[in-house]
Design a protein around this ligand. Structure first.
Ligand code: FAD
Length: 473
């Protein structure tokens, strides 16, 4: 038997690596097992988020946005740039360098905090043991007082569009195109589909997004969702709602996608197709038959509110358990679990987890939509404010979008804030803090905001809850 640890974490994505660092900071002897191997054959930390998710997608979103901004908008504000062309291979190189800096940073943090990095595949055995199988198949068993499973998620594949090398790809494949496909099909108008569709549309692809549902972004307040749909449509994304994909055929380096919509059976030909229909929990090989850890009916590891599994001393966090599949949710669960193991009281407020779609403009929200609140029988009052009436947004030449505050009609407590605007992902933090502190809309309305900032639109939306926005007739 090898070393004994206070905590062994399985998986070094944003859930697992944060749990491991926090546990070590709390004075616990901690190890983290990771099996992800990069193209150079090296074990890397950071999981989906740093290797094929949040970070690389944002590198491509930012560079492609800069290209469009320079090409289409700079002239308007008095900056002549001449001809500007995207160099996709160079963009991919930049993306890879960003991944390397981020993943290398985690490995350095492990060293600095005294986390033992174990390379290989971790499996929970019975009796508080973890078996680690290395790259060459060698096995080692470790004992741990506590085990944290943070094994993440993988993309969902659907039978009508099986992944086909270089033609029908998942989100990871869509970050590797070496040139913009002429005709790009995106299946699924969720967060990832809209982000990846935006990247390649900006770089020259004709993008069609096929979405089975009739509603657009149902998790976002529908006033904000409608505004977003309009703005993305203007950018050239052809978003077809109520389009259920039924099959596909690959011929001569093209993909014919068949789908049904309100008019009947349709088909469309693409040069490449990205399947973005969601992600499913990944638990393959993580649990031995006698581990005793239960899964729920959808394959997530079953946990309570504080991420305890059905086995005492075994916790699970992040994408492999219920709740939104978001990096920051995974990380906060990691902190909570490490604190609990260290003997502290800790809990998470699942009502105040922000979500962001990093399109341009960005869409960001926290809490309920007006529609959800009403469906739950809550009487609400709302205030909205357009960025076209915000001085800083005009000075930024970014007047698109709106902010909306949803408050309880009786108590004035903020139930949700939904925004579509430039940097909405940054703006939403103030909504999260407001909700975390149980603020009323009046609390925000009586807060002094710096001028000129786009944050003032949130202030005005809060003032508008009682009908008193200043800069709106
Ligand atoms: P993961 O990041 O999936 O990490 C799990 C780790 O566990 C992996 O490294 C895996 O190799 C390892 N592992 C699994 N089994 C074992 C085992 N048996 N032994 C050892 N190691 C194991 N979220 C956001 O919040 N913001 C975004 O902007 C965002 N953008 C995204 C863009 C894309 C294209 C994608 C695909 C996802 C995006 N996400 C985003 C989602 C985000 O990546 C996930 O929510 C997050 O990575 C979940 O973290 P996790 O630690 O639970 O799992």
């Amino acid at each position: 038997m090898a070393d004994k640890f206070d905590v062994i974490v399985i998986g070094a994505g944003p859930g697992g690596y944060v749990a491991a660092i926090r546990a070590a900071q709390m004075g616990l002897k901690t190890a983290c097992v990771e099996k992800w191997v990069n193209k150079q054959g090296k074990t890397v930390h950071g999981g989906t988020c740093l290797n094929v998710g949040c970070i690389p997608s944002k590198a491509l979103l930012e560079t492609s946005h800069k290209f469009i901004d320079a090409r289409d908008n700079f002239g308007e504000i008095g900056l002549e740039v001449g001809d500007i062309t995207p160099n996709v291979p160079k963009m991919l190189e930049f993306k890879e360098s960003v991944i390397a800096k981020n993943t290398g940073g985690i490995s350095a943090l492990f060293k600095a905090n005294g986390v033992t990095a174990l390379e290989g595949t971790g499996k929970v055995l019975s009796n508080s043991k973890v078996e680690v199988t290395g790259k060459e198949g060698e096995k080692e068993t470790y004992e741990a007082d506590n085990i944290v499973i943070a094994s993440g998620s993988v993309p969902v594949e659907i039978p009508p569009t099986p992944l086909t090398e270089g033609l029908i790809v998942d989100s990871a494949g869509a970050l590797e195109f070496t040139e913009a496909p002429k005709r790009l099909g995106v299946i699924g108008a969720g967060v990832i589909g809209l982000e990846l569709g935006s990247v390649w549309s900006r770089l020259g692809s004709e993008v069609t997004v096929l979405e089975a549902m009739d509603s657009f972004l149902p998790m976002v307040d529908q006033a904000v969702a409608k505004e977003t749909q309009k703005l993305l449509g203007k950018q050239g994304l052809d978003i077809k709602l109520g389009a259920r994909v039924t099959g596909s055929e690959v011929k001569d380096n093209e993909v014919v996608v068949k789908y049904t919509d309100s008019k009947g059976e349709q088909e469309q030909t693409f040069d490449k197709v990205i399947v973005c229909v969601g992600r499913r929990p990944y638990t393959q090989g993580v649990l031995s038959d006698d581990a005793g850890v239960k899964l729920d009916e959808r394959g997530f590891i079953f946990v309570d509110d504080q991420c305890r599994t059905s086995v005492p001393g075994v916790y699970a966090i992040g994408d492999c358990v219920r709740g939104p599949m978001l990096a920051h949710k995974a990380s906060e669960e990691g902190v909570m679990v490490a604190d609990i193991i260290a003997g502290h009281k800790a809990e998470m407020n699942y009502d105040a987890i922000p979500s962001v779609i990093y399109t341009s403009p960005e869409v960001a929200w926290v809490g309920m939509t007006e529609q959800q609140a009403k469906a739950e029988g809550i009487e609400v009052k709302t205030g909205s404010f357009p960025f076209s009436a915000n001085g800083r947004a005009l000075a930024n030449n970014a007047p698109d979008g709106m902010a909306k505050v949803i408050a309880d009609a009786e108590t004035d407590r903020i139930l949700g804030i939904h925004i579509v605007s430039q940097h909405a992902g940054e703006l939403i933090a103030q909504g999260v803090i407001a909700m975390e502190f149980g603020s009323s809309a009046e609390d925000l309305a009586l807060t002094c905001y710096a001028h000129p900032t786009t944050s003032e639109a949130i202030h005005e939306a809060a003032l508008a809850v009682d009908g008193h926005a200043i800069h709106m007739a």
